[in-house]
Design a protein around this ligand. Structure first.
Ligand SMILES: N[C@@H](CCC(=O)N[C@@H](CS)C(=O)NCC(=O)O)C(=O)O
Length: 307
């Protein structure tokens, strides 16, 4: 079984989503710590420009975005299932949680006292550097004010509380699925937000559900430094099988860029080697990492032909 290498940092909610998936499935994984702000030369050596956190590496295959990484982990380790067949709408709720809920939670939790608690009371220059890094990262987005976010978050938490009102253990019933993990990472972050964590006290069923989710833990990790992870890619023997399906708008071998459509949209350039309704894959060469296949979910990413 190929080694799962997660490039992440402790305070990252989307990383917590995948760490909990590792715990749920009882997996062994390799942990590479990445910086939380730019520059990230060792990240870019593997991804070709994608800077968001986390990403999953398996040999010389790099999987960007947790929507895709969660599916890859589930494909390689199907039991227990992350996408149970009786939860067909769970991935849509997950998409809502990873976008709307997350971008409601962030302006709520990152109010000054929350940000200080989450970031561990950093000196002002660290806070300033963090804010300066995130400004261009989210430049195209309209951020909610804390007042708007507080109202919206309370409304969303009330809905989630009601869903759990019949004493079910997880959002769609007795077994957790992808929606549970996508909601859990935002609420995990709220719990770290000092005075702002108290909002969860108003939703007791949801707070118990969050305890259940966090009890999955993180599986078993070993650590690797980023240079060694790049060496793993360089030494890898081939890549996961890929295919460019016909009729999806782009031809195999086309020189393209792929970029996220929401935020952190730095483009990754490469040769198109894989395209389905679910995934787009670029081949690129890095002087340290060698020939890397960089995979993205199709939804939420734009493909552009390079001229
Ligand atoms: N849709 C992406 C969102 C990833 C995301 O927004 N990650 C945040 C951290 S939790 C990030 O990249 N922050 C900036 C950074 O780490 O450089 C996913 O599911 O992976």
């Amino acid at each position: 079984m190929p080694d799962l290498i997660l490039h992440h940092y402790a305070n990252s909610p989307f990383s917590e989503k995948l760490r909990l998936v590792f715990g749920f499935k009882g997996l062994d994984w390799v942990s590479v710590s990445v910086p939380s702000i730019m520059p990230k030369p060792d990240v870019l050596a593997l991804t070709g420009g994608y800077r968001r956190t986390p990403f999953l590496q398996i040999g010389a295959d790099v999987y960007c975005d947790t929507a895709l990484a969660a599916r890859v982990i589930d494909r390689l380790h199907p039991a227990p299932p992350l996408f149970p067949a009786d939860q067909p709408l769970a991935s849509l709720l997950a998409q809502w949680a990873d976008s709307t809920l997350f971008w409601t939670m962030i302006p709520y939790a990152m109010q000054p006292a929350g940000a200080m608690a989450i970031l561990g009371n950093p000196p002002p220059e660290v806070l300033k550097a963090f804010a300066a890094d995130r400004a261009p990262f989210t430049a195209g987005m309209k951020r909610q004010t804390p007042a708007d976010a507080t109202v919206a978050l309370a409304s969303y938490l009330g809905r989630l509380e009601a869903q759990l009102g019949d004493e079910r253990d997880f959002l769609f019933g007795a077994a957790p699925g992808i929606a549970d993990f996508s909601v859990a990472h935002s609420l995990w972050f709220v719990r770290k937000a000092g005075p702002f964590a108290a909002i969860l006290d108003r939703y007791p069923a949801l707070a118990r559900w969050l305890d259940r989710m966090l009890a999955f833990g993180h599986g078993r990790r070993t650590s690797l430094d980023s240079a060694a992870a790049i060496a793993v890619a360089a030494a890898a023997d081939g890549h996961a099988a890929v295919l460019v399906e016909a009729g999806l708008g782009f031809a195999e071998g086309a020189e393209v860029t792929v970029s996220a459509t929401d935020y952190g949209s730095d483009p990754v350039a490469g040769v198109l080697v894989g395209l389905t309704a679910d995934e787009v894959v670029l081949r690129r060469t890095d002087e340290r990492a060698g020939v890397v296949h960089v995979h993205f979910p199709r939804i939420g990413f734009q493909i552009k032909e390079q001229r």
